[in-house]
Ligand binder design. Sequence first.
Ligand SMILES: Cc1cc2nc3c(=O)[nH]c(=O)nc-3n(C[C@H](O)[C@H](O)[C@H](O)COP(=O)(O)O)c2cc1C
Length: 181
Amino acid sequence: MSIVAIISSPEKNGNTEAVVNKIAETAKAKGQDVQTFYLNPMANRKGCQACFGCKAKGRCVQKDDLTPVLDAIREADGMILSTPVYFGEACGQYRLLEDRFFGFLDGSFGLNMPAGKKVAVVVAAGTGGADALATKIEGVMTNFFKCECIGKITFNTANNKSFAAGNADLMAQAEAIGKKF
Ligand SMILES: Cc1cc2nc3c(=O)[nH]c(=O)nc-3n(C[C@H](O)[C@H](O)[C@H](O)COP(=O)(O)O)c2cc1C
């Protein structure tokens, strides 16, 4: 099984990264192939330009640093999606990618890639909003992209960058989800 892991937080060795890495490690230990993409360092990327080129071509026609990410997701059997909560929403790095998922939908808003990809969602907040955001992301991935959500991990960090890495319960949750891939 091939899995794409998305780390959108700009924080190096941050909370969502720690949880995603644990899920990925566990899946790798089962023999799955995991490709991890860090969105923040990508210098050349844009959000959806609403050109509707994807409706004619069957995939996003914009070429930039997100193109290999979108191509890998199209081919993958599973995804680990992650974002911190920024002002109650996903961070900008995640939103730019999410809007580009428009290229996975045809002109009738049907899916132009295989359905049934497994998806895990990881969201960290300082003090609140992670559950609502993870549920929103799950809704997008299941309703539009016909994914199967195999688990969500949400937590508050009180803005402690190392909160997740040292939290046995979160790491256990991550391991449990990793085993589902
Ligand atoms: C620009 C910005 C906006 C934020 N907005 C919120 C917010 O609305 N609610 C909240 O609880 N935490 C907020 N936070 C805190 C982060 O969600 C929190 O520190 C989270 O643990 C970061 O995850 P990471 O370590 O994976 O980057 C914000 C942080 C930043 C930098």
